[in-house]
Design a protein around this ligand. Sequence first.
Ligand SMILES: Cc1ncc(COP(=O)(O)O)c(C=O)c1O
Length: 376
Amino acid sequence: MEKFDVCKLVRKNCLAFEPYVAGKPIETLKRELGLKHIIKIASNENPLGPSKKAIKAMKDVIKKVYFYPDFNSTDLKVTIANKFKLTPKNILVGAGSDELIEIIGKLFFTSSDEIVISKHAFIRYKMAVQLMASKSVVVSMKDGLTHDLNAMLKACNKNTKAVFIANPNNPTGTYNTAKEIENFLQKLPKNKYGMKPLVIIDEAYYEYASFKKDYPQTLKYLSKNPNLIILRTFSKIYALAGARIGYGFASQQVADYIERIRPPFNLNVFAQVAGVASLKDNNQVKRSFTHIRKEMKFVCDGLKKLKIDYIDSVGNFVLFSVAPLNGSDIFKKLLAEGVIVRAMGEYDLNNYVRVTIGTRAENQLFLNKLKKVLGK
Ligand SMILES: Cc1ncc(COP(=O)(O)O)c(C=O)c1O
């Protein structure tokens, strides 16, 4: 056979890419570990499940599956635009907000651009930057693991093309206030293009966080800040992670270009109808929010009893410290007990573990097993 070396063909900046490590499916783990009962509280999913209306809509559309989906996701965009009092031309849609993060990278980032990112921010920003051979400028967080927006401002220079802000952030669960975000948007310095850099505010956990009075309502900043892109998702409170539906808001100029490079059929037929139906079911959102706040308290009280430090979270997950132990050791021990959580090594938080708030039974089991593996 002729010699073939794929590494000579792969773009240099992609050679160091590691595959994204997602949690193993529960069925695979059951087989591997010989366990009957496994709970997965690792990926910030919503254990109460989606709107019944969304499930019905998906069932109803199955007969039409031989058709391509609407390439423009028109109904979904119109429904989102109406709900948030914008026009469909301001709306972005992606196969998860994850796809939108990548599309933004592909559209804007070049090898001479710098992208400012907070140190323990959601990891997919760094990956989008690496994909495009741009430079990540990583800024330390404040004490308490909140984005240090003043330090991020200082990190911006002529080469800064964009800044990512996850609000609230995953995995820390912390948030930046409206005042902080407003100050940040206002003080951003101009770059070599003579403009303020793009600011991508990722609000994947928006519905969980907005009970905080000082949490920003960023949509109202859009008209004065055409450099602002706001990302949301149906994967979290709407409990449709498996359907892959992300959305966002941007000025028409920005949205127009994102539309041009977006794959035409990126939202499948199930995703489109599920999104529309979900937005019309406020009760599902209310129920999920109430559940998470109540169960967040239950889990945090349990951690306190075990004398475990945790970071206050406005999301549906909580980051806790197992120092001086290693988070990945605790992850493995919990796994052997049938509890899947998430170690935080890839976030440079080696002594931390992140757990998603589950049902009461799942949360109780998690606390019992944590107590056991820590020998407390
Ligand atoms: C902060 C943040 N942004 C974006 C995403 C991606 O979500 P999705 O692609 O499912 O919309 C996640 C998923 O965990 C997240 O935590």
